[in-house]
Ligand binder design. Structure first.
Ligand code: ZN
Length: 113
């Protein structure tokens, strides 16, 4: 049996199980109140589309947080911007949005070290 046949077989099994759960009224048509997505599932299933969007937003926020302010070396507001960024990073570490190591690495990189 090839990998493709194995995957096709697994999909068929899952589809048959899903159909059976719909038949048994375990699964019913769900509609997300946030994004309008629809799927067959349990009443309290979370919305996969919203979850994936939330995860992507969290990854972007994480990456943005580690990016130093885009203020030139000679700009008069550079020190204030870096101080503000440092403060934001400290909160991000406290809130477990970034790790202490990630924050320290970002600060070292921003200060040329
Ligand atoms: Zn949704």
């Amino acid at each position: 049996m090839t990998d493709l046949e194995l995957v096709a077989g697994l999909y068929a099994l899952v589809a048959a199980q899903d159909a059976r759960l719909v038949e048994l009224d375990v699964y019913s048509l769900q509609t997300c109140r946030t994004c309008g997505a629809t799927w067959y599932g349990r009443h309290d299933d979370p919305c996969d589309w919203c979850n994936r969007r939330l995860e992507a937003a969290q990854r972007r926020a994480h990456d943005d947080m580690l990016r130093p302010p885009d203020v030139g070396e000679d700009h008069e507001l550079r020190q204030a911007a870096l101080t503000h960024w440092g403060s934001e990073l400290r909160h991000a570490v406290d809130e477990n949005l970034v790790t202490l190591t990630e924050a320290e690495t970002a600060v070292k990189r921003a200060s040329g070290g």
